[in-house]
Design a protein around this ligand. Structure first.
Ligand code: ZN
Length: 116
């Protein structure tokens, strides 16, 4: 059953109540209609949250640790472990390789460095 069907049923019932001049019934139907709208909003939010959690789960299954940084199956990027641990965000680290600091990766967001 879709929310649209419920909404149509309320509209039909409300029109009937108006025809019968039953103000109490019309008031109850309006309250019920508001409740359905609230449930519809809650349902939408839960669907979005569920979608997001599924995506996170897929992403987690593709991640693996290499030394201190995170890697993802299918690309060559190194991701910052601090940013992923804090916000679940994959931030691609910049590679550096010089005589002063050696070879490693630095996060462009939190500026943490990870030598390899
Ligand atoms: Zn970071």
């Amino acid at each position: 059953m879709a929310y649209g069907d419920i909404r149509d049923a309320f509209v039909a019932a409300k029109n009937f109540a108006t025809g019968a001049n039953d103000l109490q019934l019309k008031s109850v139907l309006l309250d019920l209609q508001d409740m359905v709208f609230e449930l519809q909003d809650e349902n939408r939010m839960l669907r979005e949250e569920n979608h997001s959690l599924k995506n996170e789960k897929i992403l987690e299954s593709e991640l693996y640790k290499e030394g201190m940084v995170w890697r993802r199956v299918g690309n060559e990027y190194r991701y910052c472990p601090k940013c992923y641990g804090k916000d679940n965000k994959l931030i691609v680290c910049d590679e550096y390789n010089n005589s002063d600091f050696g070879h490693g990766y630095q996060c462009p967001v939190c500026y943490s460095s990870f030598q390899i």
